[in-house]
Design a protein around this ligand. Structure first.
Ligand SMILES: N[C@@H](CCC(=O)N[C@@H](CS)C(=O)NCC(=O)O)C(=O)O
Length: 287
């Protein structure tokens, strides 16, 4: 029997004007729309802590919870936070309250209750927290610039790994050799960039843990540990020895372990929401 999906792919000729096919049954199709803005009125809940985080325990989400747990572990008590769950599969990123703090409708987003500031985009949230608490970002210009360069590197590079490689290797309804080759090539090149950097430096920014590590670890650390897209063998991730060393080192930090549990819904290890440090106590969850 002919593979109709494959056939329709090979025969696809783009029309003159693209139109939204609402019946598309591919993964994430039900949450994607070609327009922005809210689809429903829904206020966001607000807890008692200075920082209110609206997120999900994906790699982009845990960048922030790892940093918040590291800040708390370093003694920054006013980094206490409530982490509320935004279920993106249920379209909660299109609620009016969420759109008010992130017009781009993507997790993570933060509201700082001490000054009312909204912050969206994970890299911007990490930078905001680093500035607010004077932590995990050097003040000296050269060192600070190096960390910021790597932070921006992740924000630009990450979509090739997730939206490119991950999407076409793991989620697309059929395998497209062209797309998989293109994004496997780029993902391996990026892993090599990191491997060379980490061959010479303990952390991404240099000698000290920084927001660059918090941004890069959830994606590239997870890849190095064979946890993403079942691509451990396909991308030969164990060959990136220095990324593997760094990822293992970070994975053993208690704050990193805690951060990775927050807003995690897909197994019984995680905390759907986090409102207190003691929320972790009740769990046998530390991963
Ligand atoms: N550049 C953004 C990307 C955030 C992002 O892609 N978030 C995904 C989950 S990991 C999301 O909210 N997707 C929902 C959607 O696309 O509707 C960031 O780093 O904050």
């Amino acid at each position: 029997m002919p593979d109709t999906k494959k056939q329709s792919f090979s025969e696809y000729v783009p029309p003159k004007v693209w139109r939204w096919n609402k019946g598309d049954d591919s993964k994430f199709a039900n949450i994607n729309r070609p327009v922005s803005g809210p689809t429903q009125e829904k206020e966001l809940p607000v807890g008692k802590h200075p920082l209110q985080l609206y997120s999900l325990g994906t790699p982009n989400g845990v960048k922030v919870t790892i940093m918040l747990e590291e800040l708390l572990a370093a003694g920054h008590e006013s980094a206490e936070y409530d982490a509320w769950l935004i279920d993106i599969n249920e379209g909660e990123q299109f609620g009016s309250g969420f759109v008010d703090i992130n017009p781009n409708s993507k997790i993570p987003a933060l509201r700082d209750m001490t000054n009312g500031q909204r912050v969206f985009e994970s890299g911007s949230i990490l930078f905001y927290l680093a500035e607010k608490f004077g932590a995990f970002l050097p003040t000296e210009l050269a060192a600070r610039t190096e960390v910021m360069s790597w932070l921006m590197w992740q924000m630009g590079a990450g979509p090739y790994l997730g939206g490119g490689f991950g999407h076409f290797y793991a989620y697309a309804p059929f395998k497209i050799e062209y797309a998989i080759n293109r994004f496997a090539m780029e993902t391996k090149r990026q892993m090599d960039v990191l491997d060379k950097r980490l061959a010479e430096h303990e952390f991404i920014g240099g000698a000290d843990l920084s927001i660059a590590d918090f941004a890069i670890y959830p994606w590239y650390g997870a890849m190095a540990r064979g946890l993403l897209y079942e691509a451990k063998d396909f991308l030969d991730v164990e060959s990136y020895k220095h990324v593997g060393r760094w990822a293992k080192q970070l994975s053993q930090r208690p704050a990193v372990k805690r951060g990775q549990l927050v807003n995690r819904t897909w197994d019984d290890k995680g905390l759907e929401e986090r409102h207190s440090a003691s929320d972790f106590d009740a769990s046998s969850r530390l991963i």
